[in-house]
Design a protein around this ligand. Structure first.
Ligand code: ADP
Ligand code: MG
Length: 392
């Protein structure tokens, strides 16, 4: 974003690559008046600049309280919080909040403001001129995939749940804050919209490189979005703070393991890539121009039933069964087209999904789309088995 205002945070939006700022919590405690137990007890953690850190834990464990202390919607009882090296507790809270985007479930939009007016709130508070605000509103709507021509003057009640959340994210990003706090922002939408919003957030973040603190109680969402995940227990106690794959592979204790869930080895399929497992390399292959009878002979000699047909640039195009070849005049019409392919970069989850469509074996391609081998269902099954044994 070229229109970035000067950040109040030292080490904030200076680097061209990372616009986020590091957040540090040191021995932070919150005791609500009248409660015997603190809601957040002595939490210390560092949230690295430009990363997405997920706070995940059961309802009531203190996620929202922890997050809201970062922008001082809730004042800590004790402890220190710094953002970009600056002591957040010594800044004026209103000014602090204008530099920290905040997106919540149900989007929290003002019902009597249009979409454009909602997005313009913080730039307005910061005293930007009308032209700059207008340009920024359009830019933000584009960024979150809402056509300004359609949505500019709509009111929140005229939007779907997913559209509301997009406006919420646009509003949170409008003043280009180095830090974005998101409290179960996609909690109220259907699973498909939720998946789309998650994908959008990852796409945005690849471009923006904000420091994002994201609260959820959904571990799958945490694995999908997090560069790091903090698994929280009662009073926001940090049970484990690590990358998603490290947590999936080695839950710190039984509580974390329980939270990770029985499907942990299946979830790990989203972290492993096709290039990490053994591919079958001895599948019979042929060229489109080869005579069908010759391919049929080779299959028979090798006791195989299927040949993979490659085009002139080595890309897999068809599967031919030995039966198809007896009467075929050309390999360009024999058998059936390859339905789904995966690349060496694809996840094992992608490969598994392709197998559900293609059958038990899926062709794998290299960087230029060229044939690199075949991944088989047995390989994926064996990987799940191995992961499960490592867990137990
Ligand atoms: P989470 O977001 O993980 O569901 P919260 O941070 O909202 O958890 O709440 C943590 C604990 O603090 C809960 O026991 C909750 O009842 C309590 N709590 C939250 N807000 C207040 C408040 N304003 N006054 C008193 N207790 C509160
Ligand atoms: Mg909460």
């Amino acid at each position: 974003m070229s229109s970035s205002p000067v950040s109040p945070f030292r080490g904030g939006s200076v680097s061209e690559a990372v616009s986020g700022a590091e957040i540090r919590l040191e021995k932070v405690t919150k005791r609500y008046p009248g409660s015997a137990e603190p809601a957040v007890d002595d939490v210390t953690m560092t949230i690295p600049a430009g990363k997405i850190v997920i706070l995940v834990g059961p309802s009531g464990c203190g996620k929202t309280t922890t997050m809201r202390m970062i922008n001082r919607l809730i004042e800590p009882t004790s402890g220190r919080i710094s953002i970009g090296g600056e002591d957040a507790l010594r800044l004026n809270p209103d000014q602090l909040r204008r530099k920290i985007g905040y997106a919540i479930q149900q989007a929290g939009l003002f019902p009597h403001f249009t979409v454009a007016q909602n997005i313009a709130v913080v730039p307005g508070l910061l005293g930007w001129d009308r032209k700059r605000i207008g340009d920024r509103v359009e830019q933000m709507m584009d960024l979150v995939g809402l056509d300004p021509k359609v949505f500019h003057d709509r009111y929140p009640r005229q939007l779907s749940g997913g559209q509301l959340q997009r406006v919420g994210v646009a509003r949170a990003l409008a003043a280009d804050p180095p830090v974005l706090l998101m409290d179960e922002p996609f909690g109220a939408v259907d699973p498909i919209t939720r998946g789309n919003l998650q994908d959008e957030l990852l796409r945005l973040q690849a471009e923006l490189r904000k420091t994002i603190v994201f609260v959820t109680h959904d571990f799958d969402e945490a694995v999908k979005l997090g560069d790091k995940i903090a698994v929280l227990g009662d009073r926001s106690a940090i049970l484990q703070y690590d990358t998603p794959d490290a947590i999936l592979a080695n839950p710190a204790d039984d509580t974390v393991a329980g939270f990770v869930g029985a499907g942990a080895s299946l979830k790990q399929l989203t972290l492993l890539r096709v290039r990490d497992v053994e591919l079958r390399k001895d599948t019979v292959t042929a060229r489109l121009s080869d005579p069908p009878a010759q391919v049929r002979r080779e299959l028979t000699e090798r006791g195989e039933t299927f040949a993979l047909i490659l085009d002139e640039r080595d890309r897999p195009v068809r599967w031919a069964h030995v039966r198809d070849l007896a009467s075929a005049s050309s390999l360009s019409t024999a058998g059936k087209p390859v339905g789904d392919l995966v690349s060496l970069q694809s996840t094992l989850q992608d490969a598994l999904e392709a197998m559900l469509v293609e059958g038990g074996a899926v062709p794998v391609t290299g960087p230029r789309g060229e044939y690199a081998g075949v991944i088989e269902l047995d390989t994926v099954t064996a990987t799940v088995q191995r992961l499960r044994e490592e867990h137990s």
